[in-house]
Design a protein around this ligand. Structure first.
Ligand code: BES
Ligand code: MN
Ligand code: ZN
Length: 487
């Protein structure tokens, strides 16, 4: 989506002209037919509501759209404005219209708010059609340009920042959408490295030999049955004070999860190509932060493996030794995400002494049962970190809901033969998974675990995404960095 700016409308302005209106505050300059038409259509300006009309202006027929942005003082205003932009995109992206004008001369939006509308517009038009070679013309995305009319001062600069974030979300979606024969640990590293080139972010990659020397027996145990080599990808963006400890984001990057020897049933197994959604979000967020030159020290770590059954695969009952020295009895090879994360988390803490560490993972099916597709689950040992993340979630639209941790849940992981098992009993599966991870958090380190199993992929279109990869987590991380680390 190409975005340009113009001071006023002229004969080159696209025929499709949109205005963003606040709820119960329709513009005073509407024609009689528009204001009565809007009332007849029950258009009040609710978030994402649209009202279309045609009119003749200076000898041209224009297609005018009013787009609702909800109440101007509502909580999560930014997310609502993105939704408004997205609703516009969803209606016209494949309509045949190639360009639209966003007329913000009404003056109800400031620069950051206009940029939020543009973000929604751009994110909603994103679609991954790389493998669809037989699309008919009417199925293709046509909307490729938007010209903003009468933008408030500072809008191009605000958009410059937001477009970097949008590029991050798009990278995440692309990584998540790609099948596992295309994106596997090595190619994930390659794709992300290509995209980060020239941004100033520093990349460090550990291969299996290096991870073996470090003692990452849990992560390597998962990888053991795969023909693909595992990788640990580390992306550093040190844009803050050199003395400030970095905040580290760690992503689960299981490029395909068959379940291993504890094989998953066939129905829906193809979904497990997006079991790297946590790592995808971390990589996309790092592109966003580097792209907008964030004034903060942030490091992204992606634990990348493929979980396959094979003659060499890890067996149920095997005991692995993690980098922390703790031993784990692997009861179920399908509880592999935590095995990957425990070594990645430990390495990141030892290497960087982070101010806070946050992991993102499509970790448990139980999380989807609990929260569906509206919130990711959050677990944390630090109330301040938890509150800041929840706030960033509301503001960005990537919402979080906090779950408990306690010694009683932790005990469910005790093993008679090793330091712990990798799974607990049937119930509270998301919590015991989080308890497992907490056993690898160094005393005194602020940590949060985000179980995004229900959020990385959508079976139907949502606020700012179509069917498929959502890019969940990128805007959450970006917002947290802005408000907490740069604020
Ligand atoms: N990647 C899955 C979790 C998952 C399931 C994510 C569905 C998204 C949608 C994870 O590796 C897994 O298999 N978890 C098991 C854990 C169990 C064996 C304790 C699960 O949730 O069934
Ligand atoms: Mn699994
Ligand atoms: Zn998994």
């Amino acid at each position: 989506m190409q975005i340009t700016f113009a001071a006023s409308a002229d004969s080159s302005t696209p025929r499709l002209v949109a205005r963003i209106v606040d709820q119960e505050a329709l513009p005073a300059d509407l024609s009689r037919s528009d204001s009565e038409g809007a009332a007849a259509a029950r258009f009040t300006g609710k978030t994402g509501q649209l009202f279309e009309s045609f009119a003749e202006r200076d000898g041209r027929v224009v297609r005018q759209v009013l787009v609702g942005a909800g109440k101007a003082d509502a909580e999560g205003r930014r997310a609502a404005l993105e939704k408004a932009g997205a609703a516009l995109a969803s209606r016209y992206m494949a309509s045949g219209e190639k360009a639209l004008a966003l007329d913000v001369s009404g003056g109800n939006l400031d620069a950051a708010e206009v940029a939020a509308v543009l973000t929604g517009l751009r994110l909603r038009t994103w679609r991954y059609d790389r493998y669809r070679t037989k699309l008919k013309d009417e199925q293709k995305v046509t909307l490729a340009e938007a010209v903003v009319i009468a933008a408030p001062e500072g809008t191009p600069a605000a958009w410059e920042v937001e477009q970097a974030v949008a590029a991050g979300v798009e990278l995440t979606r692309e990584l998540v959408a790609e099948p596992a024969n295309v994106i596997y640990p090595e190619s994930f590293v390659e794709r992300v490295s290509e995209r980060l080139e020239g941004t100033g972010a520093e990349i460090v990659v550990l291969d299996e030999k290096q991870m073996r020397e470090l003692g990452m027996g849990a992560l390597l145990g998962v990888s053991q049955g795969s023909a693909r080599d595992a990788r640990l990808l580390c992306i550093k963006w040190m844009g803050g004070e050199s003395s400030a400890a970095p905040t580290v984001f760690v992503g689960k990057g299981v490029t395909f999860d068959t379940g291993g020897i504890s094989l998953k049933p066939p129905a829906g197994m193809e979904d497990m190509k997006w079991d790297m959604g946590g790592a995808g979000a971390v990589a996309g967020a790092m592109l966003a932060l580097a792209g907008r030159k964030a004034k903060a020290n942030v490091i992204g770590v992606c634990g990348l493996v493929e979980n396959m059954p094979d003659g060499n695969a890890m067996r149920p009952g095997d005991i692995v030794t993690t980098m922390s020295g703790q031993t784990v009895e692997v009861i179920n090879t399908d509880a592999e995400g935590r095995l990957v994360l425990c070594d990645a988390l430990w390495w990141a803490q030892k290497e960087f002494k982070p101010a806070a560490i946050v992991d993102l993972a499509t970790l448990t099916g139980a999380m989807v049962v609990a929260l569906g597709h509206e919130n990711a689950g959050m677990f944390s040992n630090d109330d301040k970190l938890a509150d800041n993340l929840i706030k960033a979630g509301k503001e960005s639209g990537d919402k979080l809901w906090r779950f408990p941790l306690s010694a009683e849940y932790d005990k469910l992981l005790d093993s008679p033969i090793a330091d712990m098992k990798n799974v607990g009993p049937r119930y509270a599966g998301s919590i015991t998974a989080a308890q497992y991870l907490q056993r690898f958090i160094v005393e005194g380190t602020a940590w949060a675990h985000l179980d995004i199993a229900g959020m990385a992929w959508a079976d139907k279109a949502g606020a700012t995404w179509g069917k498929g990869a959502t890019g969940f987590g990128v805007r959450l991380i970006d917002r947290y960095v802005r408000d907490v680390l740069e604020g």
